[in-house]
Ligand binder design. Sequence first.
Ligand SMILES: C[S@@+](CC[C@H](N)C(=O)[O-])C[C@H]1O[C@@H](n2cnc3c(N)ncnc32)[C@H](O)[C@@H]1O
Length: 315
Amino acid sequence: MNEGRHIPVLLADVVQLLRPSPGHVFLDGTLGRGGHTAALLAAGATVDAFDRDADAIAATAVTLADFVTSGHLRLHRAAFADAPRLLGEQRYDGILLDLGVSSPQLDEAHRGFSFQANGPVSMVMDDRDAPLSERLAAVDEPALARVLREYGDEPNARRVAQTILFGRPWAGTRALAEAVAAVAAPTRGIHRATKSFQALRIWVNDEIGQLERALVDLPALLAPGGRFAVIAFHSLEDRPVKQAFHALAGVGAPTDLYGNPVVAPAFRLVERKARKGEDRDPNPRARSARLRVLERISSPAHSPARLPPASPERA
Ligand SMILES: C[S@@+](CC[C@H](N)C(=O)[O-])C[C@H]1O[C@@H](n2cnc3c(N)ncnc32)[C@H](O)[C@@H]1O
């Protein structure tokens, strides 16, 4: 299932918090090589699994074939933000997003994510999307510098953007990485192109846009008592998750004289603080992981008639 390389991040915590059991139905929005999904299936649950990467779907269709045959695993090659549109009336006991790229995507040079191994200038999770080379052909310097600054925190964003645009078209990821590293700000312990490559990957795959849409639309897919777990790997991801979960759970919302919320929230935080990968999981990929879990309240006091609209507005 993990091809000996990919270890699911915070697996024990995810299973403990999502509490899979026979008859439960889960939505895994980031199937990858199926590590988390396999644990949900092993507990007897049914899973609707999404991945926009054809390789991920193909690999798990083989490794988890028995569950596909038995109808416990339904594979969807699509973006998780499109799940509400594609799934119809199903309501879920749990939803999981394990954000970012998978180890196979990073490791396989032909996917074009790597600055160590040479590959095409691609970086797309979904090969139907425009590759990085095409996106670079159509972007101007201020917009690219903004991407590098906002998604990569690159202090020399303007110089890096100029260098990338000047060198187009790039023969491969290694040449691009070397050029970026020559002008990027010094970094300690990591390749100088790391921040820019992260930024380009997030941009090309619209990772933040996907997450923001999911945070608005996926909570409405939870059954009463259902839980929504998100594993984020950097603050660009974790900040919107925290803000959305806190808003849905009514954290900081107006209260009456007795300290009770004026509008009863439809959700609650399962734990106030994120679980941190570095405290709980020896897997190196888990080091920066943050796991947050939201629960749809099931008490009669919070009957669906009193729930806020399915897609709450958020700034
Ligand atoms: C970190 S890996 C998930 C690993 C998985 N939990 C496991 O145990 O093997 C993230 C996966 O989610 C997919 N992915 C990322 N963003 C996506 C999105 N918006 N929609 C669908 N799949 C996405 C990637 O293609 C990748 O395969």
